[in-house]
Design a protein around this ligand. Sequence first.
Ligand code: ADP
Ligand code: MG
Length: 315
Amino acid sequence: MDEFDLIRRFFTSVGACRPDVCIGIGDDAAVVQVPPGKQLVIATDTLVEDVHFPASMPAHAVGYRALAVNLSDLAAMGAEPAWASLGLTVPDDEAGWLEGFAGGFSELASRFDVALIGGDTTRGPRCMTVTVHGLCEPGKAVLRSGAQPGDTVCVTGSLGKGGAGLRAFSESGPADPLAHEFLYPEPRIVAGRALARLASAMIDVSDGLLADLGHILEASSVGAHVDVAALPIDAAVCTRFGADTAQDLALGGGDDYELCCCIPARNLHEAMTAVAGAGSTLSRIGEITAAEGLVCADAEGRTMTPAHRGYRHFE
Ligand code: ADP
Ligand code: MG
């Protein structure tokens, strides 16, 4: 099977079929019709084997994840996904692995009406770069830089399950229910769309809540007070690893792919309702302050310093 057979066999009918794809896979480049009056929102993420996912991870979950982490970035901008391209490097003619990978990618792409419109395929150590293209109303993408003192800091869903899920997967494999949270994170596209006109700033929680909220604070030149007792720590993670570890994972574990957003007081009630309507929950976890810096307080209001603040490459 050469490169062209491989592309034909595994990647020509992946994801949704969209009428706005004028030229898809097969020519030198893809051509898409951007709807008039919309802005294009573009995100890219690379996954390297044994850095971003363990080599033992099922191919189906790798394919799903390669797209999910990118959709999560579009969600954090409040954008609606449309198209994706895939740069894929694999060690050999791995038909079984490729079939699983394309299946996982395609399943998620179909669910969010994303068409795979092109890519590149090469041989080498396994890694993949996905670029997603989404749409938003002009000037309405939600940035990291819009947080204002007095805004409520909120987070969707629950925290700690990404980090705990990786541990569960390493300990007992893919059938572990908690491992599923790491293998198949749900990109919060629908919640992100609902929050687009209500949030002053937003980011997805990929490196750990404190690290990612820190990016909002830096970009907005503000600080925050976080009430650790108010964190929506995942109940299954508490049961499995205990409350202290669960709290550490919720603050710094990463891989949760929830949305952390800042909501002005006038929009708070509507944001709660809108996210519930999007099938998720929105928890208030703190407040933006004019004084810079991120302060965490425990249930008694005592200032605390968390053990881990998130993942950084090259550190
Ligand atoms: P070129 O030599 O012009 O770069 P390629 O042979 O790399 O063309 O690709 C042929 C076609 O297949 C192009 O339309 C390209 O976008 C698409 N393609 C290649 N690899 C992938 C992939 N992994 N997923 C989706 N489309 C791909
Ligand atoms: Mg090429």
